[in-house]
Design a protein around this ligand. Structure first.
Ligand code: ZN
Ligand code: ZN
Length: 445
């Protein structure tokens, strides 16, 4: 019996070895870049040794794929080092909660922080609390973010995370807990960065999972006083190394300003950063390569894998500064997961309206509609776009499920649909083949 089991196990092993032998090393397909980055590097928190490993990994892969001028542009950041984290409602009903610290949360004192938990249904309700009324208390801020295709809920509801902690601290709170900025009902908290206005003292700040936030809201509805015990030992740390990875596929006419395509290399540390934003790096890199098929384009296509996006867009700012004297033509970014592209938005100067129309026309057969407001790029390209008034093309992805996974332990490779990823590469390739072959001047509004 035992020998039979061993024989079955051995044949299964041989089969899986044979199946795994097929893919070539260092492939430039989007799936292989994504799978390899999430497998061989995994989480890549800005400023951490794993982000540094990701830069080295990126340089090696981009060289293997035939890019030239492959290099790291280093900079330093104030980073964020995650420590132990836990939370427990201690009254009126003892309940353990699933919590994670927000980026740049202050650490709780030794032994943790325990206090009265004061419920606010919205950020506006917190803003309306009288100055000093929260002294020594721990604030809870709720919100009602819902899933939608264009992800537009992240702007208003994301401010609970971005601004809530600073507002709570300014009113004297000792700590803050928020409902995770997300749209799932899993027991996974969503991390993400917060910021402290000048002169405002950082306090411990965490996000609980949606089911835990529902629990807190139900108890708040009864009017019974709540207390919470928090342990959030993460802390900010200055002078950590970060950097951008930059690489070119030179065009036929090197005197023409390049097309910049960007993603961010860093990720949050709870998952492996598959949808945020290894998928973006995979899409733009694979499309830049595929745009070479059938003949080298006129213009250079430059790939920017930006560092330290999650902690405040440091990579995009560093790139714009380092390349301020170097003209660019168009900038584009992929940083909204791996869902299919459903819409294109552009921002071309009046003199480039015909080029904008050609971009829309090549996307039409892929089922992509034109519409919406002007394209604006993403965090990693916005500084160079505004400094140089660059033209922009935004390929908007379906974000209906993006905020179920965003900044959670569930941001892993298995959540990506290979066919949707491939549709992204096809759309990006079509756009690059049009704009990288445009001989005349290109600029934005
Ligand atoms: Zn991102
Ligand atoms: Zn993110």
């Amino acid at each position: 019996m035992r020998n039979k089991i061993r024989a079955i196990a051995l044949s299964a092993l041989l089969l899986s070895t044979a199946a795994n032998a097929a893919p070539p090393q260092g492939s430039g397909t989007a799936w292989d870049i994504l799978a390899d980055m999430t497998t061989e590097v995994g989480q890549r928190l800005a400023g951490s040794p794993r982000e540094a490993a990701a830069r080295e990994w990126g340089v090696a892969r981009l060289k293997t794929l035939g890019f030239s001028n492959v290099h790291i542009e280093p900079f330093t950041i104030t980073g964020f080092v995650r420590g132990a984290e836990s939370a427990e409602l201690t009254a009126p009903y003892p309940q353990k909660l699933h919590i994670t610290a927000l980026g740049y949360s202050a650490p709780t004192p030794k032994g943790g922080l325990t206090g009265e938990l004061v419920y606010f249904p919205t950020l506006d309700a917190l803003k309306a609390a009288p100055e000093g009324s929260l002294r020594g208390k721990i604030v809870f801020v709720d919100h009602a973010m819902r899933a939608n295709q264009d992800g537009s809920g992240y702007g208003p509801y994301g401010s609970v995370r971005r601004q809530g902690p600073g507002i709570a601290s300014a009113k004297g709170a000792a700590g803050i807990v928020i409902r995770s900025v997300g749209t799932d009902s899993n027991r996974d908290p969503h991390t993400g960065v917060t910021s402290w206005p000048d002169g405002v003292k950082p306090i411990p700040a965490g996000a609980v999972s949606a089911p835990d936030a529902n629990l807190i809201a139900r108890i708040a509805g009864t009017g019974k006083p709540m207390t919470i015990a928090l342990v959030l030992e993460s802390h900010a740390q200055p002078n950590l190394p970060s950097g951008n990875v930059v690489a070119d596929l030179p065009g036929r006419d090197p005197s023409l300003p390049p097309i910049l395509v960007a993603c961010h290399l860093d990720s949050w540390d709870l998952g492996t950063g598959a949808i945020d934003d290894a998928a973006g790096c995979a899409i733009v890199t694979s499309a830049a390569l595929r745009a070479q098929e059938g003949g080298k384009p006129l213009r250079t296509i430059r790939v920017l894998w930006a560092g330290s996006e999650e902690l405040g867009g440091f990579g995009g700012e560093a790139y714009a500064k380092a390349h301020a004297s170097e003209p660019h033509a168009v900038a584009m970014e992929s940083d909204f997961g791996a869902g299919r592209v459903w819409r294109v938005r552009v921002n071309f100067a009046e003199s480039n309206q015909a080029l904008g129309e050609r971009v829309k026309t090549v996307l039409s057969p892929l089922g992509i509609v034109a519409g919406g407001d002007l394209a604006h790029g993403g965090t990693d390209v916005e500084p160079v776009i505004s400094a140089q008034k660059l033209a922009v093309v935004d390929l908007d992805q379906d974000g209906t499920r993006y905020f179920d996974l965003h900044h959670t332990p569930d941001d892993t490779l298995d959540k990506v649909d290979p066919a949707e990823l491939e549709q992204n590469v096809a759309a990006w390739t079509a756009v690059l083949q049009v704009i990288a072959n445009e001989p005349g001047p290109i600029s934005g509004n």
